[in-house]
Design a protein around this ligand. Sequence first.
Ligand code: B1M
Length: 215
Amino acid sequence: MMSRNQELTEGIIRGDRENVVRLVREDLEAGRGPVPILNEGLSPGMEKLGDQFGRGEVFIPELMAAAKAMNAAMEILRPLLEATGVEPLGKVVMGTVKGDMHDIGKNLVCMMLRGAGFEVIDLGVNTSAEQFIEALENSGARILGMSALLTTTMNRMGAIIETIRKASFGEEVGIMVGGAPLDEDFAASIGANGYAKEAPIAVERFKELHAALRP
Ligand code: B1M
């Protein structure tokens, strides 16, 4: 018999949105917290599917169906992950870089940042250097988060950072980067101020950047 986590993982892999939503609701009603549902049930499904995609065992339609099931589950979990009622810590501008449409991980980081008390201005996917600069200008935020899931778009992050640094306030902006193909060394090599492999670590790094910005 499958465990509850296996049922959630399988539901994501099969892109069975209805079943995933039902399982998540039942788990919450039974008193299970949103974090274990996400980390032990849902996320492993996306990871396994990614491996299967890499081996050519599944294709884009399967990934799309899984992403839809994941997003439907996230809709239910989001308010619970965000509901902490803390005072706003600071403002963060966030986006997936130009040419890249992956947003599940970025959305997760946004959600956890909001949960930790940050105000997040989420620019969505396919975000250019100019759009990041405009949002930083308009909001007054001095912390920026950029996500990339493709090696091609990851390799454009350095140029985006360079463009932002050239803006009048550019040197004051603390820049965090993340996404599956990145690592600490890459982040340092493109002049980012921080990197995190996982969303919960990202929140800690964002807090450090915020503390460093304070006068
Ligand atoms: Co795409 N895709 N995809 N895809 N996809 C990958 C990334 C890939 C690794 C799959 C594979 O081949 N094994 C591969 C990239 C290969 C490469 O570049 N070397 C790939 C490819 C090739 C593509 C297309 C080019 C396929 C095609 O069309 N031929 C295409 C590109 C479209 C585009 O962007 N222009 C494409 C399309 C898609 C879908 C639209 C079908 C869908 C995206 C749906 C969506 O996001 N709304 C999709 C999906 C779902 C995936 C995989 C399977 C899963 C990604 C995901 O959501 N993971 C992925 C395989 C994989 O990564 N294993 C794959 C779950 C998510 C929670 O993790 O995003 O890593 P992740 O986020 C983590 C951390 O990285 C970190 O925290 C998160 C939570 O812990 N993090 C940050 C993320 N951002 C952060 C920012 C931070 C800090 C931490 O600070 C700012």
